[in-house]
Design a protein around this ligand. Sequence first.
Ligand SMILES: *Cc1c(COP(=O)(O)O)cnc(C)c1O
Length: 331
Amino acid sequence: MTLQYPPRIELARLPTPLEPLDRLSEQMGGPRIWVKRDDLTGCVASGNKIRKLEFTFAKAIEQGCDTLITCGGLQSNHCRSTAILAAKLGLKVHLVLRGSQPEGISDGNLFIDQLAGAQISYYPPREYQQHLGDILIQLQQSYADQGRKAWIIPTGASDGIGVWGYIRCCEELKADFAHHRIEPKHIVTASGSGGTQAGLTVGNILHQLNATVYGINVCDDEAYFLHKVSQDLQEWRQLYGQKIDISSLNIQVIDGYVGPAYAKATPEIFDTIKKTAQLEGLILDPVYTAKAFHGMLQELKQGRFGDSGDIVFIHTGGLFGLFAQRDQIAF
Ligand SMILES: *Cc1c(COP(=O)(O)O)cnc(C)c1O
């Protein structure tokens, strides 16, 4: 079966490597753990968002837009990727960020947003939460008044368009698995806005990976993500006239690893970051990948993934967010 993809702008460095973590796997004594290195989709525009944005940007440009509006936390990886890619393509970008403008020098993702020349508006968390939709629409209108055409990208580029990014990643995984002669039964990712999990979940079927996809949520809860993932997939189905029955898909959320809050991690998580860096030379971030990776190892110990075979962790990036929290790590 050949899948018809919508237009895409090549922005990511693909394919990314699939690598085994042999020392860690031996220590754990269970299935062999592999990492899909989507932290290597680029240097500064790295991580998982770029796969989705390849389709989102193509759509925005096709619609004749010259400006992009998107939103997220102060240390949003998605906003940073959008800001850099917009600069690369000569588009204007306006970020709506949750939080107040830091005094003094900015760090991590926010520093890069500024470096890339993004226009930034800051909103207190309460106002952001209650009025985000209106804020984005008003901004779009104000650009229209200036004679510009702005495209609004939702949080994390997770919508019916962005879903294509990880459907396409499944095609890559299919080739990776054949190359390494493995048949992993489990694929694990961090879930923050759900689009990565949505793409993997349907891509797993479309490309016949015969695995189960698990999203480990780093905010909200299981009910929220079951709903969000299927909503993104329903939108994808409608937009592109896809036949697949979304309610038949196996959407698996592993809840219980959010910790104190979104973007707040316990010492245990920082410990996982340190250990993984030292044992495997693999750098995780405290907002997404370390929480999901830690969750995966806990579940693995409890036998959820069996005691042999292969399991794949999608490394979704996030390095710059680690710099913004480096004072949390003790040496
Ligand atoms: C956004 C993000 C995720 C979550 O992906 P979603 O598609 O939003 O669920 C995971 N890891 C990193 C590093 C991210 O920036």
